[in-house]
Ligand binder design. Structure first.
Ligand code: ZN
Length: 254
């Protein structure tokens, strides 16, 4: 079968549907080789993160983690929070950022440490904004790339207003008691082997991650399974184990 035929064949099906652009097809594209490419070490860690077998939409390019935010935001009527709000969005996903712009926020800053297009260059461990500036901050699968993630949490808590909200998704291990990282895992090859991606700097332990976040924020974890059926997760290509890591900035700051 040639590539064109494969694409046509995919578009003729309707097992899957993109929650963002509403197109139906047979299957999402995989991230790299999908779950088949995961090594035995990583398999044992009970990782919860991207659904790499159901990654990209063939029409709009949305990724599973982006579609998942759409689903959560719809169900929670979260979009209302964007109107007239000051928003900081790290590594902004294109369809999601277009939607946010349509909601007419007071200020919407798209940023990254390695910016493209109209993004601003911002280091998450040194956010060049005054205290209590943002109503909302989105950081969807970013923290696993940050060497000093505790400093990032501290900075997020500094720039988000009191009672402001941050969305802090990250892939994590449900098995590990503590984060796994080692200074000698310092090449692309080793990081790929032990962390699953060349640009990840650790395996995040869910237990430790939630514990660390709790030092700065009130946790408001929204369970995927409290909102969506397995059938919906299958259809829309999202990880049914991935919950929404929402935190509220209402702790006393030292
Ligand atoms: Zn789509």
């Amino acid at each position: 079968m040639n590539l064109t035929f494969n694409k046509m064949w995919n578009k003729m099906g309707n097992r899957k549907k993109c929650y963002v652009c509403h197109n139906s097809f047979r299957h999402f594209t995989k991230f790299k080789k999908g779950a088949r490419g995961i090594n035995n070490f990583l398999r044992q860690l009970q990782m919860v993160g991207s659904d790499i077998d159901n990654y990209g939409c063939i029409y709009c390019g949305s990724t599973d983690r982006e579609r998942h935010l759409y689903m959560f935001f719809d169900k929670l009527s979260f979009w209302d929070k964007f109107r007239n709000a000051r928003i900081l969005h790290f590594a902004p996903e294109t369809p999601l950022s277009l939607k946010i712009e349509q909601l007419l926020p007071a200020e919407y800053i798209k940023c990254d440490l390695f910016p493209i297009e109209d993004w601003r260059k911002i280091d998450i461990t040194k956010i060049d904004f005054e205290d209590n500036y943002f109503d909302l901050l989105i950081c969807n699968h970013v923290i696993e790339h940050v060497p000093d993630h505790l400093l990032a949490m501290k900075e997020i808590s500094r720039v988000v207003k009191k009672n402001g909200v941050a969305i802090l998704q990250t892939p994590y291990s449900e098995l590990l008691y503590s984060h796994f990282e080692d200074r000698n895992i310092n090449t692309d090859e080793l990081r790929l082997l032990f962390y699953g991606q060349e640009d990840h700097v650790r395996i995040v332990s869910k237990r430790q991650f939630f514990d660390e976040l709790s030092q700065y924020f009130t946790m408001d974890i929204v369970k995927n399974q409290s909102l969506f059926s397995d059938e919906e997760c299958f259809k829309y290509g999202v990880n049914k184990k991935e919950d929404l890591v929402m935190v509220i900035n209402n702790k006393i700051k030292e």
